[in-house]
Structure formats: C-alpha cells, structure tokens
Design a protein around this ligand. Structure first.
Ligand code: ADP
Length: 337
C-alpha cells in the first residue's frame, strides 16, 4: 500500500512534467514502486518479523529450559517490541519457577505422606500385636497380661504424642498459628521446665543446672507457652540422648536487644554429617531408637522448635562434636524497659 501510494504521488508529479515520454514515465513509476516495495518489505522484515521470530525462538528455548542461551539482541531496538519480548520472557520465567516450586512441594508432600504412614504404622502394629497375643490366650497368665497391656498402652501413648506433634507441625507450617506474645521472665519459666523434667532426668541420673542466679530477671517478649515447649524439647532431647550420670546446663545471657538462650549437655554429641539435618521432620540419627521403643520421640521435636523460634524472628543453631556434648542456642527479643 505504501509503495503504491508513493509510486502514485511520483507518477502524478511526472504526468505534469512535459520533458518525459510516456514510456519513461511508466518505467519511473515501476522503478519507484519496486524500490519502495523492497525498502518497506525489508524494513518490516528486519524490524518486526525478525523480532517476532526471535521471540518465538526464545519461547522454544524456554520450553527446553535453556534460559542462558536466550538472545536479548535487537537490530533496531524498537521499544514496543522489546517491551513485549521482555514481558513474555519475564512471564515465562516466572511460570517456569512456579512450576518447579509446585513440583518440589508435590515431592515434599509425597515424602511427608510416606514418612507419616511409616511413623504411624510402628506404634499401631506394636499395640495390635500385643492385643492379639493377649486375645490368643496370653491373657490367662496374669503376669504376661499386665506386661503386654502396659506395652500396648505405651505404644498408644507414643501414637498420641506423634499425632499431637503432627497437628502442631502442620499448623505451624501452614502459618495459621498465632504467637501470643507477652512479657515474662525466662528464669521463672526455666524453673517450671526443670520441675516438669526432674523425674525423667533422675531416671538417667542426669543433673539439671540453671547457670543464672534464680533471682536474676530475664524479661522477654515472646509466646510463653510455645517457648516452654521449645525448652522442654531441647532439655528432653539432652536427657534422652545425653549420657547417663551426665549434666545439662541451661543459661540466659542478655544482649543489647535480645537474650541468648543456651541448652548444653555433655552427652555423646552429634556427628558432623547429621548436624544440618536434625531439624528436618522425622530425621533421627539412630533410626532404630523409636522402632524398638527405645525412648526416642516422634522425630518432630526439633522441627517444631525451629518453627516456633523462627516465628519469633530468630534462628536456632546447633554446635556439637562427637564426645564433646551438644549445644543448642536461640535468641528472644528482650522486653524494652
Ligand atoms: P526425636 O523426637 O527423635 O527426639 P528431634 O527432632 O527432637 O526428634 O531430634 C532429632 C534427632 O536429633 C534425634 O533423633 C537425635 O538423634 C538428635 N539429637 C537431638 N538432640 C540431641 C542431643 N542433645 N544430643 C545428641 N543427639 C541429639
């Protein structure tokens, strides 16, 4: 159209020129039309078609996830086209990332489901076994009956703890749990926790030490109930996995804005290769401990503790060396005076 228009204007101009013959006028018209046509065609080709092809080629690479090889070159840098291209690439990259995240979550969900079924199976099978043995005749012997009933009850207690922990962790991971923050004294909370765990510690002849003077005040702003749960988890682990006749030390240290909470034991410690993994759900160093009812927990204690500490905008850290004991630390915001 542009070529016809330009050729038409030139033809009209030449028509009124008396110097040129008719044949020359037709030739001039044809030449103008061809030149215009070629010029327009090749500029469009360079400016638009090539860029669109470029975008298509880029999308093809997206499909094959070859992000790095995508060309960002433009011949004439036409702004609207560049913007379209950038927009498409951005969208495609975002979609690709979302797809990968969804795939990762799906794999995690599958793994979680497999872990949960496995963990549930252990206490259910144990309780089922004891009850069936009783029904099959073991009930007649009073001594065996009591022993088996106690074992079945222990398995069901373990199942109850596991289900409670599963509910807690799923709520924490969903982010639906609100931290009910209040001002309280950590020293007072520590004494409460020690009282609760005293018998358990005594059963392994482990001494619990509070390193700060009982009258010292360590006021923090946090969810008291949840922090109590964290302290119980950490000290309970130190009792379970520490050495018999050992020691556990709990201490608080005031910083500028935060108070450092430290739980240390003189147990066998944690090998380096496990240190990064102990906060994962169901991760246990000694996999056999819960299977044989050897006093291990649900495998969720540290994962729950990590979530609670993170909900207080802090992190939990572990330091340990084999034979040197284990230290776990986290910080809590101090009450502003
Ligand atoms: P569990 O319910 O098995 O205690 P946790 O999440 O509380 O699960 O702990 C994960 C694992 O970390 C434990 O199974 C144990 O192997 C290891 N662990 C935790 N605390 C200690 C500690 N103080 N000393 C040695 N090992 C520990």
């Amino acid at each position: 159209m542009i070529s016809v228009l330009v050729a038409g204007i030139i033809a009209a101009y030449l028509a009124i020129s008396p110097q040129l013959e008719f044949r020359q006028k037709v030739l001039a018209l044809a030449l103008t039309f061809s030149a215009c046509f070629l010029l327009v065609y090749f500029s469009y080709e360079a400016l638009i078609f090539r860029e669109i092809n470029n975008i298509y080629a880029g999308l093809e690479k997206f499909k094959r996830k070859e992000f790095k090889q995508m060309s960002t070159k433009f011949l004439f840098r036409p702004d609207p086209l560049k913007r379209i291209k950038d927009e498409i690439y951005l969208l495609a990259e975002r979609n690709q990332k979302e797809i990968e995240e969804l795939k990762r979550l799906q794999a995690m969900r599958r793994e979680f489901l497999a872990d949960v079924s496995h963990e549930l199976k252990t206490p259910i099978f144990a309780a089922q076994g004891f009850i069936h043995t009783l029904l099959d005749g073991a009930m007649d012997d009073e001594r065996v009956r009591d022993k088996f009933l106690q074992k079945a009850a222990k398995s069901l207690d373990g199942l109850d703890t596991l289900v409670q922990d599963l509910i807690t962790i799923s709520q924490l991971e969903k982010g639906v749990v609100q931290m009910h923050k209040s001002h309280f004294d950590l020293n007072e909370l520590a004494q409460e926790v020690f009282e609760q765990l005293e018998n358990k510690a005594n059963s392994r002849n482990i001494s619990l030490h509070l390193l700060n003077a009982p009258e010292d005040l360590f006021e923090v702003l946090a969810d008291r109930g949840r922090i109590k749960q964290v302290l119980i988890n950490l000290i309970d682990n130190a009792i379970k996995y520490g050495r018999e006749n050992g020691n556990i030390w709990l201490s608080f240290q005031d910083g500028k804005k935060k108070t450092l909470v430290t739980v240390r034991d003189d147990g066998p410690g944690i090998p380096k290769e496990h240190l990064n993994r102990i906060f994962e759900r169901f991760y246990r160093i000694d996999k056999s401990r819960t299977r044989d009812g050897g006093g291990g927990g649900s495998g969720l204690g540290l994962a729950i503790s990590k979530h609670i500490v993170e909900a207080h905008k802090s992190t939990i850290a572990v330091f340990s060396e084999v034979g040197q004991g284990t230290t776990l630390r986290f910080k809590l915001p101090k009450t502003k005076l």
